[in-house]
Design a protein around this ligand. Structure first.
Ligand SMILES: CC(C)(COP(=O)(O)OP(=O)(O)OC[C@H]1O[C@@H](n2cnc3c(N)ncnc32)[C@H](O)[C@@H]1OP(=O)(O)O)[C@@H](O)C(=O)NCCC(=O)NCCS
Length: 254
C-alpha cells in the first residue's frame, strides 16, 4: 500500500487514540501518571493493599484522612475524585469522574460491582456525583451523573438500583435518537432514603427525606418525604407516619 493511502488510516488511528485518552484522564500526562499507580498498586490484595493505597493513592486523588480501597477498583479521572475519611470502595467498583467529579462522604461505602460514572462528554455544567455521609451504594448499582446526582446522608441503595440523570431526545421520528441530543436535569436523593433492590430513579426526580422506594419500582416523579412508593411507574403505597407498627417481627440491630 502506498504511503498516500495509508496516511488517512494512520490519522484516524491517532484520532481514536486521542479520543480514548481524553475519556480516561484529564490529560495525557495524567493518564500515564494515574495508570502508573493503578497498575503498580491496584492489584495488591488483603489489608496490606488497602493500607498501601490509603497512603499512596493520595498522590492521584483527593482523600480526607484515610479511605479503604480494595484491589481491582477501577478509577478514571482520579484527580476529580474526593473520598471522605473512613469511606470504602469494594473490589470491582468503578468510578469515572469526568469532568465535574465524584465525592464520597465520610464513612460511605461503595459495594462490589457498583458503577459511578459522571459520563459528561458534552460539557454539561451541572454534572457530577455527590454522596453524603454514612451512605451505601449497593452491589451492582449504577449512578449516571450527567445532570448531577446529589445523594444525602444515610442513604442506602440496595443491589442493582439505578440512578440515571439523563434522557435521550427522540421527538423526531425521521432522525436517529442518537442525533437528537440529550437532556440532563439532575436527581436529588435526600437524607435517610432507602432504595429497594432493582429500583430505578429517572432524571429530574427528587426523592424526599426518609422515603422508601420498593423493590423494582421505576420512579418518574418526585417522591414526597416519609412515604413508601412502589410499582411502575412508582405511586405512593403509604405514608410513614409512625401509625403502622407491624407486630410479630424479629428485628436485628448492629
Ligand atoms: C416496600 C417494602 C419495604 C415493604 O414495605 P411495607 O410498607 O412493609 O409494605 P407491605 O408489605 O405492608 O405492603 C404494602 C403494599 O405495598 C405493596 N408492595 C410491597 N412491596 C412492593 C413492591 N416491591 N412493588 C410494588 N408494590 C409493593 C404490597 O403489595 C401492599 O399492597 P396492598 O396494600 O395493595 O396489599 C418491601 O416490599 C420491599 O420492596 N423491600 C425491598 C427489599 C430489598 O430491596 N432489600 C434489599 C436490602 S439491602
Amino acid at each position: 500500500m502506498s504511503r498516500w493511502r495509508s496516511a488517512p488510516r494512520t490519522n484516524l488511528m491517532i484520532a481514536n487514540i486521542r479520543l480514548y485518552l481524553s475519556r480516561q484522564a484529564s490529560s495525557i500526562f495524567r493518564y500515564f501518571y494515574e495508570q502508573f499507580f493503578l497498575v503498580l498498586l491496584g492489584w495488591i490484595p488483603t489489608i496490606v493493599g488497602i493500607a498501601i493505597r490509603s497512603v499512596l493513592y493520595k498522590l492521584i486523588l483527593r482523600m480526607d484522612g484515610f479511605a479503604a480501597i480494595e484491589n481491582n477498583v477501577r478509577l478514571r479521572f482520579a484527580d476529580h475524585i474526593k473520598l471522605g475519611n473512613g469511606s470504602y470502595l469494594d473490589h470491582g467498583a468503578y468510578l469515572h469522574a469526568c469532568p465535574n467529579g465524584i465525592e464520597i462522604g465520610e464513612r460511605s461505602i461503595v459495594m462490589h460491582g457498583a458503577i459511578l460514572h459522571v459520563y459528561n462528554f458534552r460539557g454539561m455544567p451541572n454534572s457530577g456525583i455527590k454522596i453524603g455521609r454514612d451512605s451505601l451504594v449497593g452491589e451492582y448499582s449504577i449512578i449516571r451523573g450527567q445532570g448531577g446526582v446529589t445523594i444525602g446522608d444515610r442513604v442506602y441503595t440496595s443491589p442493582f438500583t439505578q440512578i440515571i440523570s439523563v434522557n435521550h431526545i427522540f421527538d423526531d421520528p425521521n432522525r436517529p435518537f442518537v442525533e437528537q441530543g440529550i437532556t440532563a436535569e439532575g436527581i436529588v436523593i435526600e437524607d435517610d432514603v432507602w432504595l429497594g433492590a432493582g429500583s430505578i430513579v429517572t432524571d429530574g426526580v427528587r426523592v424526599g427525606k426518609g422515603a422508601v422506594v420498593a423493590a423494582g419500582a421505576v420512579v418518574t416523579q418526585d417522591v414526597p418525604p416519609h412515604t413508601v412508593v412502589g410499582g411502575v411507574p412508582a405511586k405512593v403505597l403509604r405514608e410513614i407516619d409512625g401509625k403502622t407498627i407491624k407486630a410479630d417481627r424479629t428485628i436485628y440491630h448492629l
